[in-house]
Design a protein around this ligand. Structure first.
Ligand code: FCA
Length: 323
């Protein structure tokens, strides 16, 4: 009896001590050098200041670094983390590591998958509505092709593809479907698979597509993010295809797009569908904080919207998106 009481008292004390621990949250991103992720971190910091928790930002370019980061967070007595993993197939390993270390986990941008390739429903997720946003890209391109009175038979479309990432595939599928729905010839669409979702890899992929298809007079380009489309735009420039014969529309709207849209001379980067780094960075952190402190469980899945932004409407779009 006495022993049970002592054990119970010890448990209570441990629970109280835990509850009183200052809240510490990790924010783990696959590509820390990408402006989108820097923006997410910036808005997560806003949440940290507002709610009074500590934010630990860690770049996780591969599986090994991901596992090390989770162990590191546990050693620092963090209670949870937000994650955009370098490979969504790490889902189960991430879930196990979180459980083992008693850490709560929510995913952002890229939904984690289980061994059979299905989303892990028990990990709350905030991502973009990829297909819908992709459609906005395609519709924007069709409108601009028409404004320029191009003959679609003479236009090639580059789909910078990263199909192993479901949100990536959804985005470019939405874009291509909208192009086709707008009358774009399916035979003029060329896949350019990239090895990694950055500008350099997109450049290399697009370069091959352009070399093999020199017959087209004009070009359009889509991809899963601004970096993908920028790669295609730079590759086209290298072959003398400039703003007047190129329409690239990205997805993102962070610094890379901003710099491009504010160059004194327009480039082939016609615009981007701006998505909300603020919501993704701030709200995921707040949701996790509320979960840790017992205030609320995060919604199972939130899909956010985007707005087409070009040189013509940058200020309005940024204002409407609160960024
Ligand atoms: C993915 C992409 C990023 C960004 C994010 C919302 O993680 O790789 O560039 O678009 O989704």
């Amino acid at each position: 009896m006495k022993r049970t009481l002592i054990a119970a008292a010890a448990l209570c004390a441990a629970a109280l001590a835990h509850a009183a621990d200052p809240v510490k949250i990790g924010f783990l991103v696959k590509q820390a050098e990408e402006p989108w992720f820097q923006d997410e971190w910036r808005y997560a910091e806003v949440a940290a200041k507002e709610k009074g928790f500590t934010l630990v930002k860690i770049g996780i370019p591969n599986g090994e670094k991901t596992m090390a980061a989770i162990d590191n967070l546990a050693a620092q007595k963090a209670q949870g983390f937000v994650i955009c993993a370098p490979d969504v197939k790490l889902g189960k390993a991430i879930e196990r590591a979180a459980k083992r270390n008693n850490l709560k986990v929510v995913s952002v941008d890229d939904r984690l998958l289980d061994g059979s390739g299905k989303p892990i429903e028990s990990i709350p997720h905030m991502g973009i509505s990829g297909y819908q946003i992709g459609k906005q890209v395609g519709e924007g391109i069709i409108a601009e092709i028409k404004a320029r009175k191009w003959n679609m038979a003479e236009v090639g479309a580059i789909r910078v593809a990263y199909d192993q990432l479901p949100t990536g595939k959804e985005r470019t599928t939405g874009a291509i479907d909208a192009l086709k729905a707008g009358g774009f010839p399916a035979a003029n669409i060329i896949d350019a698979p990239q090895a990694k979702t950055d500008t350099e890899n997109a450049f290399n992929a697009a370069n091959i597509a352009l070399t093999k298809n020199a017959r087209f007079k004009h070009w359009v380009a889509v991809g899963l993010n601004d970096e993908a489309v920028l790669g295609a735009v730079r590759a086209a420039e290298g072959r003398g295809i400039k703003a007047d014969s190129m329409i690239g529309i990205g997805i993102g709207g962070a610094k890379a797009a901003e710099n491009e849209l504010n160059k004194p001379q327009p480039t082939g980067f016609f615009g981007t569908v701006m998505i909300s780094a603020k919501e993704h960075g701030y709200q995921t952190s707040v949701n996790l904080y509320n979960w840790i402190t017992g205030k609320a469980t995060p919604p199972a899945e939130v899909l956010t919207k985007g707005m087409l932004m070009t040189r013509a409407n940058q200020a309005e779009v940024r204002k409407a998106m609160g960024q």
